[in-house]
Design a protein around this ligand. Structure first.
Ligand SMILES: CC(C)(COP(=O)(O)OP(=O)(O)OC[C@H]1O[C@@H](n2cnc3c(N)ncnc32)[C@H](O)[C@@H]1OP(=O)(O)O)[C@@H](O)C(=O)NCCC(=O)NCCS
Length: 190
C-alpha cells in the first residue's frame, strides 16, 4: 500500500471508483447542491486535484491518495492544519468498497499520523465520525484513539447537520513509538 500526492492522471481511476461507490460513500460526505454524477465526473477531477495540490503546497492540507496493489483505491485528507500553539489537524478518509475490510484505511491513517507527528511537526490529530458510522468507528478503535467529545449538529453531511464523535491522539500518547505499531497486523497484497 502506498500513500502519495494526487496526480492529474488519477482522474479516470478516481471517477470510475467514485461513480461506482455512490451508495457506499454519499451518506458520509459533505452536502452539495450538485448531484453525485456531476461531482464525481471525469471532468470534476482536474480542478479538484489542482485545488488539493495547491492546498498541499501551501501547507493548509496534506492530500493523499491510497494506492493498493498498484491502483488507486481511496483518499486520506489531512485538513484544518493549524500551526502555532495548537499544532493540530483533522483527518478524513474513504476506500473503494471492493477492498474494504483489509485494514487499508487504518494503515493509511497510521502512516499519515506518524508523518504529521514527525515531518510536519504537529502535536495533535483529530478524527470526527458520525455515531452511525460503525465501520469508521472501528478504524479509530483499531488505532487506539481517545474519545474526546460529542459535537451536536457539527458537520453538514448528506443533506443535514449531523452529530459527530470526536477522537484524538497527541504525540505524547505514542511514548516515542508509532501509530503503525499499534495496528494488529498489516494487510497482505492479494
Ligand atoms: C470507514 C472505512 C474508511 C474503513 O476502511 P477499511 O480499510 O475497510 O477499514 P477496516 O479494514 O479496518 O474495516 C473497518 C470495519 O469496516 C467493516 N467492513 C469491512 N468490510 C466491509 C464491507 N465489505 N462492507 C461493509 N463494512 C465492512 C467492518 O466492521 C470492519 O471492522 P472489523 O475489522 O472489526 O470487522 C470504509 O468503510 C469506508 O470507506 N466507508 C465509507 C466512507 C466513510 O465512512 N468514510 C469515513 C467518514 S468518517
Amino acid at each position: 500500500m502506498v500513500l502519495r500526492a494526487p496526480r492529474l492522471r488519477d482522474g479516470r481511476a478516481w471517477s470510475e471508483i467514485r461513480l461506482r461507490n455512490e451508495m457506499w460513500l454519499n451518506k458520509w460526505e459533505p452536502s452539495s447542491p450538485h448531484g453525485w454524477a456531476e461531482r464525481n465526473a471525469l471532468t470534476a477531477w482536474p480542478p479538484l486535484a489542482s485545488a488539493l495540490r495547491k492546498a498541499g503546497r501551501s501547507g493548509s492540507m496534506l492530500p493523499f491518495v491510497i494506492a493498493y496493489g498498484g491502483r488507486l483505491v481511496g483518499q486520506v485528507n489531512v485538513s484544518n492544519v493549524v500551526h502555532g500553539a495548537l499544532r493540530s489537524c483533522t483527518i478524513g478518509y474513504w476506500v473503494d468498497v471492493s477492498v474494504a475490510g483489509r485494514l487499508i484505511v487504518p494503515t493509511a491513517v497510521a502512516l499519515t499520523i506518524d508523518h504529521c507527528f514527525t515531518a510536519v511537526g504537529l502535536h495533535r490529530v483529530e478524527i470526527d465520525i458520525r455515531p452511525e458510522n460503525t465501520a469508521s468507528l472501528r478504524v479509530v478503535d483499531k488505532l487506539g484513539m481517545r474519545r474526546e467529545g460529542y459535537y451536536e449538529r457539527y458537520l453538514d453531511i448528506d443533506g443535514d447537520w449531523r452529530d459527530h464523535i470526536a477522537f484524538a491522539v497527541t504525540v505524547e500518547e505514542l511514548h516515542g513509538g508509532t501509530m503503525l505499531s499499534r495496528l494488529p497486523s498489516l494487510p497482505q497484497l492479494p
